[in-house]
Design a binder for this molecule. Structure first.
Ligand SMILES: C[S@@+](CC[C@H](N)C(=O)[O-])C[C@H]1O[C@@H](n2cnc3c(N)ncnc32)[C@H](O)[C@@H]1O
Length: 250
């Protein structure tokens, strides 16, 4: 059903070529020593994960995925289904009223976030691509969310800088150009309320963060290192899909 990478052009690093994380990278952490506690999923187990969540069948999101898949390999940019459910749950859990998303594509994650907002809640979506977000617009309407979601077509930096000073965010989801993630972090952090959340997708870069050779992987590795020692947030890197970093503002 869904064993699909989000960045189809990026091949996962084969296990044999992965460098172990140097202990100097993990001060005070014994995570280099066994026993390690994690589970490698195969297709069947992953399918089990995807099925075992509330409302696994969702006509709007299923049709949106189908339509996006017709765009070809670029559809790998969609967040995974269980990530979507997790975003809805998180938004509801914190009683989010005001959220921003950088990187909307055809709208899957935006629908998931918007569904978790309070009834009066609003989501601001930022993306540079008019064609992909036009698809999103149709599905926002179909999901009855068109009054909850506002689209700003433009670059993440300019649009975040243009947010009014009085804009206070409960939740920010960053899923756009990876080299600018740190910039987006610094732009949203002052606007996020204490105990508000900032989430970043693709924080494992399909394993390339262990030996970052390209600009995106280097940027994400640097940001992971920065976030886990940043006293302004408490964070955890969840190994869901391609890695979801969840940060709570202090
Ligand atoms: C990974 S996709 C987002 C997927 C979406 N969050 C989802 O799961 O449904 C990345 C999106 O970021 C957008 N993007 C790329 N560079 C951007 C920038 N500088 N500012 C805003 N959006 C950008 C692309 O147009 C693309 O739609």
């Amino acid at each position: 059903m869904v064993s699909r990478s989000k960045s189809p052009s990026r091949k996962p690093v084969p296990p044999s070529s992965k460098k172990p994380v140097p202990e100097s990278d993990t001060p005070g952490c014994d995570c280099a020593s066994p026993p390690l506690k994690f589970l490698s999923l195969d297709d069947a187990l992953y399918r089990y994960v995807v099925i075992h969540r509330s409302k696994p069948r969702d006509p709007v999101l299923d049709d949106l995925r189908d339509e996006t898949e017709k765009l070809g390999s670029i559809s790998g940019m969609l967040i995974s289904r269980e990530q979507g459910s997790f975003l809805t749950l998180l938004a509801a859990l914190i009683g989010a009223r005001s959220a921003v998303e950088v990187g909307t594509f055809t709208g899957y994650s935006s629908i998931c976030i918007a569904r978790g907002l309070l009834p009066e809640g609003r989501l601001l979506c930022i993306d540079v691509n008019a064609d992909w977000t036009a698809i999103a617009g149709r599905y926002w309407k179909r999901a009855g969310l068109e009054d909850k979601i506002e689209l700003r077509l433009g670059g993440g930096r300019a649009e975040l800088e243009a947010l009014p000073a009085e804009c206070i965010l409960d939740l920010a989801f960053i899923d756009a150009d990876k080299p600018n993630y740190d910039l987006y972090y610094e732009l949203v952090l002052p606007r996020v309320r204490p105990n508000g959340l900032i989430l970043f997708d693709n924080m494992l870069q399909h394993g390339r963060i262990l030996d970052p050779q390209d600009e995106s992987a280097r940027a994400i590795d640097n940001l992971n290192k920065k976030l886990c020692t940043d006293p302004r947030v408490e964070c955890v890197l969840l190994s869901i899909a391609d890695g979801l970093m969840l940060c709570r503002k202090m």
